[in-house]
Write a protein that binds this ligand. Sequence first.
Ligand code: ATP
Ligand code: MG
Length: 635
Amino acid sequence: MTAKIHSLGGYIHEYQKSIANPEAFWAEVAEDFYWHKRCDKVLEWDFEGPSIKWFSGGKLNITENIFERNLYTIGNQPALIWEPNNPDEQSRTLTYSELYLEVNRFANSLKNLGVLKGDRVAIYMPMIPELTIAMLACARIGAIHSVVFAGFSAASLADRIIDAEAKIVLTADGGFRGEKITPLKNIVDEALQSCPGVETVIVYERTKSNIKMVEGRDIWWHKAIEGQSDECVAEEMDAEDNLFILYTSGSTGKPKGIVHTTAGYMVYSAYTFHNVFQYNAGDIYFCTADIGWITGHSYIVYGPLLNGAQTLMFEGIPTWPDAGRFWDIVDKYKVNQFYTAPTAIRSLLAMGMEHITNKDLSSLKVLGTVGEPINEEAWHWYHDHIGRNRCPIVDTWWQTETGGVMISPLPGIIPTKPSFATLPLPGIQPVIVNEVGKELTGNSVKGNLCMKFPWPGMARTIWGDHDRFRQTYFSTFRNMYFTGDGAQRDEDGYYRILGRVDDVINVSGHRLGTAEIENAINAHPLVNESAVVGYPHSIKGQGIYAFVVCGELSTGGEEGIRKSIKMAVTSMIGPFARPDLIQLVPGLPKTRSGKIMRRILRKVAEGDATNLGDITTLLDEDVVVKIIDGALVEV
Ligand code: ATP
Ligand code: MG
């Protein structure tokens, strides 16, 4: 277990320590881990290159820090608890010892099939324990995993396989999601038509779907592990050896293959998990993310397992068999920490209270959210109806690139404020800068969110394109990591994320974050969800275009709703933030991870829907067609 903060005084103390001497601070955190050889140098960095190295010269394997380090004490405790898609199917629990043996067995199978240290292994699997086993098996032998969310199309999968130059793909015959089966193996077959480099496909039998096995290329998982030993000596890794590649959600453009390395990621994911969720031995922790996203990597797999925690993994979707499924799971396993995304909260909020009222949610201690700004209405609903006014909400701001949580309350320690991610974790040095990169010091400021000092979990490069890495994150502002997000630091020094900087709207000289305006619109009782973008406006520079999803229409009809939304925004923010155009839409375009893709809406608002850019990560193209059909223009 890594060091844990217990009080506000403790937080302030640790934070100050981490800023005064970051190297000493992280060296101390790193002492809790198991190293073959300790590092020679804690940190070497240069944001110009950029080149970032943590724990240089250190030798270790991350899986030994999950298993060997803990087996004597917690070997017989559950590590992974798995809830299947169908609530009537048997759930599965793997103890640390059992998971260890499975990981070793599969690691030996990979070796047997010729996978070597440094090879890339593409993983396109449903949310089943074997997905976790596969990732850890790669880490055991030093292969680099590249998990691709199992909702992506064949073309998107192929892009990612080609980009990473993977020679092997791990998949399943199919994946259960609600009433549907995703034909994973068929999708892999289609993708591989354009990936001649792939020599081997391992297929786990999950849905017993009718699939074709390609002779000489495809092998069943159960055949691959047959006769393999459950002992596998961990590959000795350098601290800076690559651990995994993970492509970003693609909210803003072509996904980037973000690269994380071994030691820094290990230390950071473990440290942040322990503190942000205030995990105590014996707690049951449930993160609803898919492992195909960074949240699943850091906070279903690595962070919890490095802390000896019991991590719950759910195969299905929140709305099947009904919209109470998350709460059934919380009730069934007596979940203590629950971590989800604003998009899920907003959609469950819209489904009504009947799915919640008779569920026992009294085990919950901490609620978390990540992925997008959470609007106040969703925050209060989560707080009142799920947390029943007892559980602090940790609004965790971070990115695929940051490896772990950066800005977040510590539950029960840092007082929360709806829609604020509050304060940076120890070791994190956020700054807000203006357009020309000047740091805005003091409180009550707004601007571009940057980091002026490295932290162990930060990405080291974009796979195969270091220059894109430099340009995207280190060239906008000199000597700083630029997050791409806008933020405000309020009068208390609390951070609030205002949305992506690309989405900031400049109306008559007022810079407005999309999150602020959406927050006000979503507070309207008939609004389920909204997205706001700017469009060229002859007088104001930019006009405000709001796309709004309503549950039902009031007696005033559409016009009435538009009017009352404008009034709501005027009273919450001011008349300058009032939307010029309000289009009522059946849904919003989202990434497969559930985030609103405002860049598509911006094109619609600009009247330029012919060129939508990269839409491979878009969840539902139908919604976009309907939005384009109903687009408004100013008269
Ligand atoms: P791409 O970089 O490809 O456009 P993406 O940024 O959506 O995709 P992720 O790394 O999954 O990919 O998401 C990180 C982003 O999500 C952050 O930069 C921020 O915009 C948003 N985000 C995450 N957590 C929060 C939060 N708690 N509050 C507000 N925004 C958040
Ligand atoms: Mg991003």
